[in-house]
Design a protein around this ligand. Structure first.
Ligand code: ATP
Length: 270
């Protein structure tokens, strides 16, 4: 269905094995979001309320959306995404209404995962509201808090929020019963970059000289999204020259283009 302001996907295709370098985060997400959806009776039996919402935080392009989609896949859930910053840029005056609609749809389509991206856009620490824009943001946040408080989590709706700026969030959002679990999704280390490169090169025709380990070593600071862009760019170099295989040189050019790192010699090891 097309509902203004949200993106709805029935059981996304993303699986956990398409996510590199985040095994600890996957474990946590499975425990906090997946378990209540797949085995609500466990929580009932023990007599505790399942966690309602988790907050994923970390730099852009590190796989927060992927994590939320993979949970939806695993639990056969509908994935409903809203981007909070759009309430400020695009759907001005409609934030509160859209938030209400999202929770209604989530119940209707349960099991479901509500993914709220860039939540800081409506949930920054309260400034002294003066402009009408501020008041609108305020109303959207109030509606979001009301929805979070109002729905009892019988486990069939999971809520995942994401932000690059956990430091500016309104503490009201982080109270128990709202977003009470925080999971850091950091930039990948060398091992993580190797895993991510393997995932994104799995279907590529690679020449024998392609050295994934070296590319992983060279790309300190690159996000998963950057690494994916490097793979795509390397493939584009090969296509432009009408070759059937992607060579190491294509990757080095792509690394240079995406990250500005040029000298692979510094990363070669004996
Ligand atoms: P943002 O905060 O900017 O929304 P995000 O953390 O949600 O970013 P994604 O949208 O999940 O990042 O990542 C963008 C794309 O980059 C993904 O579709 C995927 O192709 C690739 N990617 C990012 N992180 C990873 C990862 N850990 N493993 C494999 N691919 C990744």
């Amino acid at each position: 269905p097309i509902v203004t302001g949200m993106e709805v996907e029935e059981r996304p295709e993303v699986t956990y094995d398409q996510i590199g370098g985040l095994s600890e985060q996957i474990r946590e997400v499975r425990e906090t979001v997946e378990l209540p959806l797949s085995k609500p009776e466990l929580f009932e039996k023990i007599g505790i309320e399942p966690p309602k919402g988790v907050l994923l935080y970390g730099p852009p392009g590190t796989g927060k959306t992927l994590l939320a989609k993979a949970v939806a896949h695993e639990t056969h859930a509908t994935f409903i995404k809203i981007v909070a910053s759009e309430f400020v840029r695009k759907y001005i005056g409609e934030g509160a209404r859209i938030v209400r609609g999202v929770f209604e749809l989530a119940k209707e389509k349960s099991p479901s995962i509500i993914f709220i991206d860039e939540i800081d856009a409506v949930a920054a620490k309260r400034l002294k509201s003066s402009t009408s824009g501020d008041r609108e943001v305020q109303r959207t946040l109030m509606q979001l808090l009301a929805e979070l408080d109002g729905f009892e989590s019988r486990g069939d709706v999971g809520i995942v929020a994401a932000t690059n700026r956990p430091d500016i969030l309104d503490p009201a959002l982080l109270r128990p019963g709202r977003f009470d679990r925080f999971i850091e999704v950091p930039l990948p280390n060398e091992e993580g970059r190797r895993e991510i490169l393997k995932i994104h090169t799995a279907n590529m025709s690679l020449a024998d000289d392609v050295d994934i380990n070296l590319i992983a070593r060279m790309t300190d600071g690159a996000s998963g999204a950057d690494l994916k862009a490097i793979c795509t760019e390397a493939g584009m170099f090969a296509i432009r020259e009408e070759r059937e295989e992607v060579t190491m040189n294509d990757f080095l050019n792509a690394v240079d283009k995406i990250t500005g790192i040029e000298k692979e010699e510094d990363f070669r090891r004996e």
